[in-house]
Design a protein around this ligand. Sequence first.
Ligand code: NAP
Length: 314
Amino acid sequence: MIHYIGIIIAVLVGVPLLIYGVRRHRRRVWIAQHQPTPPVAVPVRTAPVSAVGTMDFTGKVAIVTGGGTGLGRCVSLSLARRGAKVVLASRNPEHLDAVAAEIKALGGEAMTYPLDVRDPAKVEEMVSKVVERFGRIDVLVNNAAGNFAIPAEKLTPNGWNAVIGIVLNGTFYCSSAVGRQMIAQGGGSIVNIVANYASSGAPGVIHSGAAKAGVLNLTRSLAVEWGRHNIRVNAFAPGAMVTASASKNLGYDTPEIQEKIRRAIPLSRLTGAEEMAEYVVFLASDQAAYITGDLMTADAGLGLPRGLMDLHSS
Ligand code: NAP
């Protein structure tokens, strides 16, 4: 009898103790599984202090397509003033020689390379000649372009292909040839010149709008693909910039058109290539070391929707 009572007491005490133990163990396992993950060390790389704020290009090599006129000329001169060796590339050697002479007069170093960016073999050849002479390429500014105002229904396949060929294909040919060199050397910076209508549509210049939209997309794609190679790829959209080319092809030098554009600009002024060039140089520089895949727009608000402004302004 006593024997049976002992077994019953053992069961009555032992089973709850066993259940308690199992539950406690499960609770411990649950808590362990749901603990916040310990923080993972994130690599932090800061630009060297000496580079921040200086936009110094001493010892760097930059290729500027369309570097002989307008914005390309001002970018080339600014890069040269900041110490870069500048390669000027476009079709007309006279444009290139004139800017090369200006750079030499500043005490800088320039190389001219006449080419049509629509010719991928010539682009490859330029890249190997530049590397042969300077050993590396740190900066590429894809600035070469063509544009003319025309209603969509009058635009011919030739006109369409010419602009797409220079802007979209040319940017791709130069980026891929230079990009391979930048990958091999461990980094670089590419700035693609687009326009504020690259995202919004470009009535009146649909060929340029489609080409610039393609370049903007390519900019963002390459920024992601080549980030791991330490290559930054950004786009810059200048505003209404009075250059010889914009005057000839878009009528920017006529007072009536200038006044119409001025009225559409919230900051009420057009701009020039010298002012715009500094933004391009900033994006290309180490000062923009943490910027990639970005579209920087400097158009004084021209591309913003105007809402009811025109209805109420005098
Ligand atoms: P630009 O003086 O006509 O510059 C274009 C350059 O591209 C010229 O130096 C030209 O040189 C070169 N080029 C043209 N076709 C070429 C080809 N097939 N191969 C190689 N180079 C070629 O015009 P810009 O006003 O300074 O414009 C510069 C950039 O800003 C362009 O990308 C333009 O689309 C953009 N943008 C301008 C404005 C504006 O208001 N001006 C507004 C938005 C965006 P060669 O004749 O020697 O080939």
